[in-house]
Design a protein around this ligand. Structure first.
Ligand code: URA
Length: 287
């Protein structure tokens, strides 16, 4: 049945997006990607900050215009402080992107081709935060452009969202970890001031965190993604006039390996679509 306000051609496009999302993604290839990951690098016991401390770390970017210090030479002795200072000095998203691209305080940068900061519309209401660039992202200098990114685009398309129109995409960290290993707490802490500043400058109405790492780091929790996915949460940051609504999603790379969990992802997408409608966030045509 055609919805009275839905143009048949647009409805067909939305239906195609849905079919693409559910289609077998080439499971053999996906399984081949599922190489065992090295154990996550954890800081020695006692040195890893507790979740609230990690959240506090994210909240340090001063938001007051005029209180911005002048950028100086990079101080690799204390890359977190340097990242915080440089982030605070950036007055626009474009300036911040250039600042991150010039930043040399994260050792990951040495082994990568590109610094991968963001993609999508600067004025989008929705901001997606993923984990870290992979091989294809490093090659192209853009987030979520490999197989997981293509699935993410299909997922978004099922509910009328796209990076061309209404979504801005970034990651917790801006350089590919070798062998796509998990980002370390130190790497996340170094990049955290840049993410806080992106949020402060962009002021998204809705945040979507993709996968366990982004969800835990953003929400300052150690709860698992299966517990948090699809839940309406609040992201708080010093300097923001109000908390930002946030919904954790299953990571598309996980869905490539576990296509049986796409039903859960679909439930979460419906929750995201309903929240967008409730908040007056414009979506394109979707089912
Ligand atoms: N996975 C992520 O979390 N981010 C990317 O940019 C690509 C894959």
């Amino acid at each position: 049945m055609t919805h009275p306000q839905t143009h048949p051609e647009k409805a067909a496009l939305a239906l195609k997006a849905l079919a693409d999302f559910w289609a077998d993604m080439g499971l053999e290839e996906a399984r081949a990607l599922n190489v065992p990951r090295p154990a996550p690098q954890r800081a020695p016991a006692g040195t890893r900050p507790a979740a609230p401390a990690r959240q506090a770390e994210r909240q340090l970017a001063p938001s007051v215009a005029g209180a911005r210090p002048e950028p100086k030479r990079l101080n690799n002795q204390n890359p977190i402080a340097e990242a915080r200072r440089l982030a605070a000095a950036a007055g626009s998203l474009a300036e911040l992107r250039a600042t991150i691209q010039q930043f040399d305080g994260c050792q990951l940068k040495k082994a990568t081709k590109n610094t991968v900061v963001c993609d999508g519309a600067f004025d989008a209401d929705i901001m997606i935060v993923g984990e870290a660039p992979g091989g294809e992202e490093d090659a192209q200098g853009l987030p979520f452009v490999g197989r997981a990114g293509k699935l993410l685009d299909k997922m978004l398309a099922t509910i009328g969202l796209s990076r061309q129109e209404n979504v801005y995409i970034t990651n917790l960290i801006y350089w590919r970890p070798p062998g796509n290993r998990d980002p370390s707490p130190a790497e996340m802490q170094i990049c955290a001031p840049f993410l806080s500043r992106q949020i402060e400058l962009k002021k998204p109405k809705l945040l979507l965190t993709a996968g366990k790492f982004a969800t835990q780091a953003m929400l300052g929790t150690e709860d698992g993604i299966m517990r948090l996915r699809g839940r309406k949460m609040l992201y708080r940051q010093e300097g923001l006039s109000a908390p930002i609504k946030c919904i954790p999603m299953l990571h598309p790379a996980y869905l490539l390996r576990r296509s049986e969990d796409k039903a859960k992802a679909w439930d979460d997408l419906r929750t995201i679509a309903a929240l967008c409608d409730e908040m007056g966030i414009k979506r394109g045509t979707a089912l």
